[in-house]
Ligand binder design. Structure first.
Ligand code: ATP
Ligand code: F6P
Ligand code: MG
Length: 320
């Protein structure tokens, strides 16, 4: 039976990672395991920046954003030699298994380590909601609240100046943050990689909102990495009756105290990760599907097709 486990956070941080660290540590300690914190993701694993986790380490963190363990990106981890160094650091400390909290890239690292003899379990810590096997990732709902709060505020000023606010949100090629926030904030248009971006069509629709519907302002939510929103805002000013203003929400979306949903999800998933490791299972990731906490082999999880967002896009079209 496994006796010593490690835990790390990797990739972009997300609100709720600390709640997951706390859950893994508490469930682990309460199950008689020794738990080790691996700092700065795979980088700390390679460098041996590894310390025991105690009840003190995780005190007062359930409500804190970010990650107390730090996070990093280490592209070299794809190299088997680099992973060998990491495994050497774990072996020196008798760490036999690891919980990896991160996104799809971190899962690939976890799978490679499992294949080299260190059982790893992945937990989905990312605001992007881009891990297809799980309905939601830890951090998505908190980021969503942040985005909706920002759009509510932009609405006040945009409404006062006959403006069109172009709001760029994160998602790393996944449109969920844009789609959910657009619906929840009552935006006029949503542009994601799934909807596609036809600049002239958006300008036509804005003219329609201004001239036909006589709207005082407009809000367009757009996913990052689709277009230059500053340039697009200038085109809005030139080609419609609204003056265009771009707002890039940026890393604000990654911060803040996790909402209760993310704390719950992190706690349930943390518990499941420890249970899987104690059963000798590795190479799996934990998901929530239809409100149930389940796990899938990482390989299968990463190749699952993304669920269609067409029903939500249709809902949005019926709400405009
Ligand atoms: N194919 C791979 N093999 C081994 N390790 C990998 C692989 N892909 C990524 N990693 C490791 O995982 C780290 C995090 O991956 P990445 O930067 O893609 O973020 P992520 O986990 O997808 O999170 P997010 O996209 O939410 O920021 C990488 O820096 C690297 O150390
Ligand atoms: O913090 P960085 O390295 O600029 O990465 C930003 C990316 O990370 C995320 O915040 C999380 O994956 C993405 O939404 C975004 O594209
Ligand atoms: Mg990713």
């Amino acid at each position: 039976m496994v006796r010593r486990i490690g835990i790390l956070t990797s990739g972009g941080d997300s609100p709720g990672m600390n709640a997951a660290i706390r859950a893994v540590t508490k469930v682990g300690l309460n199950s008689g395991l020794e738990v080790f914190g691996i700092y700065n993701g795979y980088k700390g694993m390679v460098e041996g920046y590894i310390e025991p986790m105690t009840r003190e380490t995780i005190r007062e963190i359930v409500n804190r954003g970010g990650t107390i363990l730090g996070s990093a990106r280490l592209p070299e981890f794809k190299d088997e030699e680099v992973r060998r160094k990491a495994i050497h650091q774990l072996s020196k400390r008798g760490i036999e298994a690891v919980v990896v909290i991160g996104g799809d890239g971190s899962y690939r690292g976890a799978l490679s380590l499992t294949e080299m003899g260190i059982n790893c379990i992945g937990l989905p810590g990312t605001i992007d909601n881009d891990i297809t096997c799980t309905d939601f990732t830890i951090g998505f709902h908190t980021a969503l609240e942040t985005v909706v709060d920002a759009i509510d505020k932009l609405r006040d000023t945009s409404n006062s100046h006959h403006r069109c606010s172009i709001v760029e949100v994160m998602g790393n090629r996944c449109g969920d943050l844009a789609l959910w926030s657009g619906i929840a904030s009552g935006a006029d248009m949503i542009v994601t990689s799934e909807t596609g971006f036809d600049e002239n069509d958006v300008l036509d629709r804005l003219r329609d909102l201004d001239i036909i519907r006589k709207k005082k302002h407009a809000i367009v939510v757009i996913s990052e990495k689709i277009t230059d929103v500053d340039q697009f805002a200038k085109k809005v000013t030139l080609n419609t009756g609204f003056s265009g203003r771009a707002t890039v929400l940026g890393h604000i979306q990654r911060g803040g105290s996790p909402c209760p949903y993310d704390r719950m999800l992190a706690s349930q998933m943390g518990e499941k990760a420890v249970d899987l490791l104690m059963q000798g299972i590795g190479g799996h990731c934990v998901c929530i599907r239809d409100n149930k906490i389940v796990s899938y082999p990482i390989e299968k999880a990463l190749s699952m097709p993304a669920e269609s967002r067409k029903p939500l896009q249709n809902l949005f079209e019926r709400l405009v």
